[in-house]
Design a protein around this ligand. Structure first.
Ligand SMILES: Cc1cc2nc3c(=O)[nH]c(=O)nc-3n(C[C@H](O)[C@H](O)[C@H](O)COP(=O)(O)OP(=O)(O)OC[C@H]3O[C@@H](n4cnc5c(N)ncnc54)[C@H](O)[C@@H]3O)c2cc1C
Length: 323
């Protein structure tokens, strides 16, 4: 009997159906746990997959537990879909700017946003094969689909199975968390978990957070034709990067904004009410919280000695939430 819950990735077209069949197959049957594992990885995102594949390659007996989609944020709602959109948006920008290089291209007035998103879903599904349950099973990793829960210092439960281990990696990542902004709930907002399910271009988009991903999405949607406002608490976007680099990007946004009015800079926002727009708390330290609603064993949280830990990476986005 399949034990995994069926999951949906919207829109449930042929690409997303194939995606789900790779990274959370509806007919998946969890294996019988094999004695005591050398390593159990909890979370099948980049960190969990790499831990499991690496340990198995070194001869360890390894299990990996994923409650939603193998590949985690990066494959499903992060690096992969965002980079696909950025590539399409670069094609738009290249075509629009071609005249400056002496190339005459006739540019359609409107971007076919539905096709852009369809391309993204097709590419994502292709890449999903590398993170698929079947591929990892063939590598020798025991894949368990379901939510992991510690039941003691050396055992974790998933579905009806108890997995005993010598070491565990908690690689449960993070999720978008809504920042405390007045009016945000009433307006409604997108996060990285919903942004890539869009099939229609939002006419206006407010992007909260001027870190790398906020800037990437602001630029891409601006190029597609959304009227984008980027809200950043600090006086400069990309405030954790080299100051000169941040200034250059900010100047380019302002220049483009004034040329095409597709990207408007609102770089010194200090709170207030968001109106008439989509809010995308895409990612970044502004809007992420760790997925560690877990599940310490009854005897309390583990110590450094008990576990193989992943420390929070202070200078990255989603990875900051893996403990
Ligand atoms: C829009 C966007 C663009 C990005 N672009 C880039 C980029 O270009 N380059 C880059 O390096 N990084 C990028 N990132 C960051 C990158 O996606 C993350 O750093 C990476 O996904 C973190 O991997 P992870 O394995 O730590 O966590 P995640 O990918 O979040 O995986 C954690 C997994 O654990 C599972 N899980 C949680 N709790 C449990 C439980 N109790 N039981 C079982 N499973 C559980 C979750 O379902 C999830 O699949 C981007 C992120 C976003 C949002």
């Amino acid at each position: 009997m399949p034990e995994s819950k069926s999951v949906e990735v919207l829109p449930m077209d042929s690409h997303n159906r194939l995606l789900v069949s790779r990274v959370h197959p509806g007919d998946w049957t969890n294996p019988e746990p094999a004695g005591r594992y050398n390593l159990v990885a909890i979370g099948g995102g980049t960190a969990g997959l790499v831990s499991a594949a690496g340990a198995t390659g070194l001869g360890a007996r390894c299990a990996l537990i994923e409650k939603h989609l193998l590949g985690g944020d990066c494959l499903n709602v992060g690096c992969v879909p965002s980079k696909a959109l950025i590539r399409s948006s670069r094609a738009v920008a290249d075509a629009r700017d071609a005249g400056a290089f002496g190339v005459d291209v006739s540019v359609a007035k409107e971007v076919d946003f539905a096709s852009v998103m369809e391309r993204m879903r097709r590419l994502r599904t292709g890449i999903a094969e590398h993170d698929s349950a079947e591929r990892f099973r063939k590598l020798g990793v025991d894949i368990f689909l379901g939510e992991a829960r510690f039941v003691s210092r050396d055992a974790v439960q998933v579905g009806g199975h108890t997995l005993r281990f010598a070491r565990a990696v908690i690689a449960t990542g993070g999720r978008a968390a809504a920042p405390p902004i007045e009016g945000l709930e009433e307006v409604g907002y997108l996060t990285n978990e919903t942004l890539f399910s869009l099939t229609e271009l939002p006419p206006r988009l407010g992007v909260i957070g001027g870190g790398p991903i906020g800037c990437e999405m602001a630029q891409a949607f601006g190029r597609f034709g959304s009227r984008v406002s980027l809200f950043q608490y600090h006086p400069q976007i990309l405030d954790r990067e080299d100051a000169e680099a941040g200034r250059r990007v900010q100047d380019a946004f302002r220049r483009k904004g004034s040329n095409s009015s597709s990207i408007r800079g609102c770089f010194e926002w200090r709170g207030g009410r968001a109106r008439n727009g989509y809010i995308s708390s895409a990612t970044g330290r502004l809007g992420r919280s760790p997925s560690t609603r877990c599940w310490w064993p009854p005897e309390g949280p583990p110590t450094w000695r008990d576990w193989a830990w992943r420390r929070p990476a202070s200078n990255t986005t989603g990875a900051a939430a893996s403990w």
